[in-house]
Design a protein around this ligand. Structure first.
Ligand code: ARG
Length: 467
């Protein structure tokens, strides 16, 4: 692309809005004003919007059908030039809207000048950007579905594999691998529903709101809305050109999803360490060290953990851009696009990398099981047994169990390794039946409450999600 101002292009820019101007813009003015370096990403949407607008102008009799035919053909030529990479973008023409229109004029001549009837760049950019964000929401939905499918596969394979469950990152109670995977399915499932909500809410067409007040031409906004796949025209023209909620909602949805990704990424970093060995990440999603030959680093997980920084940063940035803006359009709003593009690109990359990592990773069943029993993870089961079988109040059972944990700690063993005599020091009524609940498999199997970690509950969750 050519970002350098050339006199011919400058003359063309002046033809767009320069009627009252004697001078072209200062180079610095052009540098701060131009958005073409990034909004060229909206080219396909811009041309789709123009095509819908032109057809409508023809159908309503605002333009002659011969003009519409010329515009239609010309726009297709412009699109093919952009797709082929031969289109010369010009910073002097500011943005994608004027770049496309100026080229259209070169190709079809006079009819190009009629395309902007009953429309403004304000409704044009809102329409283009909405179409882009809508595509992105659809792509995010698909990426989330792929990640959820990968997690369901992991959950199904290890629905009854025991592992330690943590609170405060301290061993708490045994859980199942499948249950842990399904926790993320719930999170990414909520992200999916937020994506769908955002899409449903944003799907109204700004096109035809014109600069801010609508137009005196007898346009048909229903027709353009329908042609562009919108549910309806946006109902208030002032709002239509100045609304960027759809971008903010995309960014907040993306931010929450990135938070979820970062939490899982952090667990993978911990779990793949030599101290944990809960999972082995594939070579395809790891890197080596240039100095330490033994290293296999979880770089993808670390980068996914970090992505939330720029994605949430984009949300904060656009919130601050929009804050306090009076109605309707202000040029401030041109600052919306780079934030959304960057956040969208990085979210897609993070989702794809996470899906790849999850599909490829191996859970180390033996390491998970060994860790599951460590750290007195079945102490709650012992306390519950004292309540259930001996009828003790829970507080007393808690106290007795605590003293037995202290005893085991002193002996350097785990709870199931204590003898019955040891146990009876805690309470004389304890029988050998107690050892049944001290095993981690029995512990998880007993947690059959709805949403609990018992394999049968986990399998029910998996079945529900697979529907
Ligand atoms: N490049 C502008 C943007 O991204 C397009 C709209 C310009 N509208 C205007 N009245 N100057 O927001």
């Amino acid at each position: 692309m050519t970002d350098t101002p050339d006199p011919a292009a400058k003359a063309a820019a002046n033809q767009m809005w320069g009627g009252r101007f004697a001078d072209g813009p200062d180079a610095i003015m052009e540098a701060i004003n131009a958005s073409i370096s990034f909004d060229k990403r909206l080219a396909a949407q811009d041309i789709a919007g123009s095509r819908a607008h032109a057809e409508m102008l023809g159908a309503t009799g605002i333009l002659e059908s011969s003009d519409v035919a010329a515009i239609r053909e010309g726009l297709l030529t412009v699109l093919s030039e952009i797709e082929a990479g031969t289109f010369q973008f010009s910073a002097a023409l500011e943005d994608i809207h004027m770049n496309v229109e100026a080229r259209l004029k070169e190709i079809v001549g006079e009819p190009a000048g009629r395309l902007h009837t009953g429309r403004s760049r304000n409704d044009q950019v809102a329409t283009d950007f909405k179409l882009w964000v809508r595509d992105q929401l659809d792509a995010t939905e698909q990426a989330l579905q792929a990640l959820i499918a990968a997690l369901l596969d992991q959950a199904e394979a290890g629905a009854d594999w025991v592992m330690p469950g943590f609170t405060h990152l301290q061993t708490a109670q045994p859980v199942t691998w499948g249950h842990h995977m399904m926790a993320y399915v719930e999170m990414f499932g909520r992200d999916l529903s937020r994506v769908r909500d955002a899409r449903a809410r944003m799907n109204t067409s700004p096109l035809g709101a014109a600069a801010l007040a609508g137009t005196s031409f007898p346009i048909d906004r229903e027709m353009t809305a329908k042609a562009l796949g919108f549910d309806a025209p946006a109902a208030n023209s002032l709002d239509a050109v100045s609304d960027r909620d759809f971008a903010l909602e995309f960014l907040s949805t993306a931010s929450i999803c990135a938070v979820h990704l970062s939490r899982f990424a952090e667990e993978l970093v911990i779990w793949s360490s030599a101290q944990f060995r809960f999972v082995t990440l594939s070579d395809r999603f790891s890197t080596g060290s240039s100095i330490m030959p033994q290293k296999k680093n979880p770089d993808a997980a670390e980068l996914i953990r970090a992505k939330v920084g720029r994605i949430f940063g984009a949300q904060t940035a656009l919130m601050m851009v929009m804050k306090g803006l009076p109605l309707a359009y202000s040029k401030d709003m041109q600052e919306d696009k780079e934030q959304v593009f960057d956040a969208a690109d990085n979210l897609m990359l993070a989702l794809a990398a996470m899906t790849g990592m999850v599909s490829d990773m191996t859970a180390n069943r033996a390491a998970l099981a060994a860790a599951a029993g460590a750290g007195f993870s079945t102490a709650t089961d012992l306390a519950d047994w004292l309540v259930r079988v001996l009828g003790l109040p829970f507080r007393e059972a808690h106290h007795i169990t605590g003293s037995l944990v202290a005893l085991a700690e002193e002996r350097g063993c785990d709870l199931p390794d204590l003898t019955l005599e040891d146990m009876q020091v805690g309470h004389a009524g304890i029988t050998s039946d107690v050892f049944d609940v001290l095993g981690v498999d029995n512990s998880v199997a007993s947690r059959t409450s709805y949403g609990g970690t018992a394999p049968e509950q986990v399998r029910a969750q998996i079945a529900r999600w697979k529907e």
